[in-house]
Design a protein around this ligand. Sequence first.
Ligand code: COA
Length: 418
Amino acid sequence: MKKLNRGVAIVGAGMSKFGAFPGRATRDLFVDAFTEMQGSVDKGVDVNDIEAIFIGNYSSDLFEGQGHTAPFMTDAVGLTPRPATRCEDACASSSAALRSGIMAIASGMYDMVLVGGIEKMTDLPTSEVTDTLATASDALYDVPAGYTFPGFYASIATAYMDKYGATPESWMSVGIKNHNSGSLNPKAQFGQRIIDIMADKKKGAEKKGKPIPTWADEMEFMHDPRANLIIAWPMRLFDCSPVSDGAATLLLVSEDIAKNFSDNAMYILGSGQASDVTLRYRSDLTTLSSAKAAAQQAYEQAGVTPQDIKVAEVHDCFTVAEVVATEDLGFFKAGQGFEAAEEGITSLRGPRPINSSGGLKSKGHPVGASGAGQVVEVWKQMRGEAGERQLEGDIDIGLTHNVGGTGESCFVHIFGRK
Ligand code: COA
């Protein structure tokens, strides 16, 4: 792997709350993220020094009837007439924007670049969201065959269960874990642990004078098909990331000027990207070869190993995806990731915490913003600003893993201090 021609640092990061915001325009969420980013720059920044903008957005055209997203977001934060480019790689769109920003600075073309991500999905009913997301799969063959994203990941889950002996409870343990972490994240769509959701449902039944469900614990709740609907077996409601609105932004500068903005900047150590054929052509559904290839590139460029990573935000669009990611990234051997989740190894206070933000499952998955949102969590953890979910120890190296589709595209980024 070639090194970057010159170093790139992140000196500011911010995100809107993720969730459903029916009364708010997409650009309002972008302004929220931008304003928080601006306030996060330790020594302050004149945003008029931003030279170019790269925005990740999957499909505002279909979600909102609004194409050409980048200049509209750029206008919303008063940055026209600077060059503004939209980047699209399905659910990895804002990682594509990040990589574009990195390359723009590393090439020497710009010294300061704004990277963002944005998606507003909740204006459509779920059935139309499902159809819109399905356009990220093979429209010639997969869509007419009836495949949806829950269906794709259900195929991955059943193949994994068959090969390695995981069970539906394995996936449930990931959902419980990520809701636990998300409950400590004020920006998360679901600010509740599953046990709290269960308690609320009981209270709701009591209030309405209906029979009070007798679930003894969260696992019993998760097994109840009325509480935890089967979406595409074995993926149930609490295995799925939600339909979300949200935005995130990052401020990138060249390494030589980073100290003008912060003595605690986060540097890009490695950037990997790879692609793959659609799922039906793959000989093994239990791994994403694009994730492995992107990770290998990023580790090599950064000169670190999986053991060096202290904070990792991985693409858990469905619970099974988190388990597969932890194996593809080399945190666990193939077939051992599900046991690690079941045993609490990947929980917030476990030895290998994964998705301290709550992940896409609990924090939310506004698809075009998710990759940049992952970087915001790494930024907060590395600076010791993650509040109640702050990881223990010196968080000096972090990683994000962001998948487009079922791995037809994948990005892995590694961040560190200098
Ligand atoms: N996890 C947990 N709870 C969820 C949820 C999720 N993913 N999605 C919705 N809910 C909750 C809602 O908060 C609501 O709770 P309430 O009754 O207590 O108020 C309830 O479930 C019904 O919400 P609703 O919006 O009507 O759900 P839905 O049935 O329309 O949608 C899914 C549920 C799982 C189908 C939808 O979230 C989905 O499609 N997720 C996957 C998105 C996706 O594919 N992303 C891209 C990945 S590659």
